[in-house]
Ligand binder design. Structure first.
Ligand code: F6R
Length: 259
């Protein structure tokens, strides 16, 4: 079972995840981070910038989960721009070592395959940060996605486009397609850290953690992974049937163990 940690707020979750990432980088200076975009991972990146202040991150590598198709890579909301602004610059990573899926590649048909090959050549992802969509997606693997899927082009659901409209001036500007790591790709990372905050995520979190494993709720794929940490605030945890058990388990865990 995944480890579920219910924290008071997003800052506490960010701090826990950042601590685990710092410990990883202290062990391996060329660690491979799986990077999510959107609002959810921002507290992790902020905490990481503080906690990693004395660390040399120049050899750390990174792979983003997804990228919009049909959006100019120079657009401020392209995930390439977001990763540069929120991750590479504040952490002082080496830009060439941090990749986003090449959604502007003229050969989109094979671009995903090449991205997966890059991840493999880097030795695979050590820690994969994940947010969760209100419709249960991880990456942009929308409901119905195969658990064996690899990085490929997907169509965003109306719900995801509406959820992401807040990042754009005009809701019509939200791209309809993306190039996203597949569920099969994501499941190959050695440690998955899924974060969720707020009431709006509570139902998706319940399904991911306690519901049946089903392509209708792609995040339920995390139940198939041997090392998963789910960091949720009280609101996102509010529909969890076993919340008391998760609290007892975490309270009894030795501090040195980490996540
Ligand atoms: C982003 C991604 C998505 C988001 C999800 C939640 O790279 O892969 O799965 O994590 O849409 O988005 P936020 O965090 O903005 O609520």
């Amino acid at each position: 079972m995944a480890e579920i940690v219910i924290v008071p707020d997003a800052e506490a979750a960010g701090d826990l995840a950042a601590r685990a990432i710092v410990a990883l980088i202290e062990r391996r200076g060329d660690a491979v981070l799986g990077l999510a975009t959107g609002s959810t991972p921002l507290p992790v990146y902020r905490a990481l910038a503080e906690r990693a202040a004395g660390l040399d991150l120049a050899r750390v590598r990174g792979f983003a989960l997804d990228e919009y198709v049909g959006l100019d890579p120079a657009h401020p909301e392209s995930y390439r721009s977001v990763i540069r602004r929120e991750v590479i610059e504040p952490l002082g990573l080496t830009p060439e070592l941090v990749r986003t899926p090449p959604a502007d590649d003229p050969d989109l048909q094979t671009a995903g395959e090449r991205y997966d090959a890059e991840i493999r050549a880097a030795g695979g992802v050590d820690v994969q940060l994940l947010g969760i969509g209100t419709d249960g997606h991880i990456g942009f693997n929308e409901p119905g996605s195969s658990f064996a899927s690899r990085t490929r082009v997907k169509t965003l659901t109306r719900q995801t486009r509406a959820d992401n409209a807040r990042f754009f001036d005009d809701p019509e500007e939200v791209p309809r397609h993306c190039l996203t790591q597949g569920l099969g790709t994501i499941l190959e990372a050695r440690h998955l850290v899924l974060l969720a905050f707020g009431e709006g995520k509570a139902e998706a979190v319940r399904g991911a953690v306690e519901g049946p494993v089903t392509a209708m709720l792609p995040a339920s794929a995390i139940q198939l992974h041997p090392h998963v940490t789910v960091l949720v605030d009280e609101a996102a945890a509010s529909r969890l049937e076993l919340a008391e058990y998760y609290r007892d388990t975490y309270a009894g865990k030795p501090a040195w163990q980490g996540i």
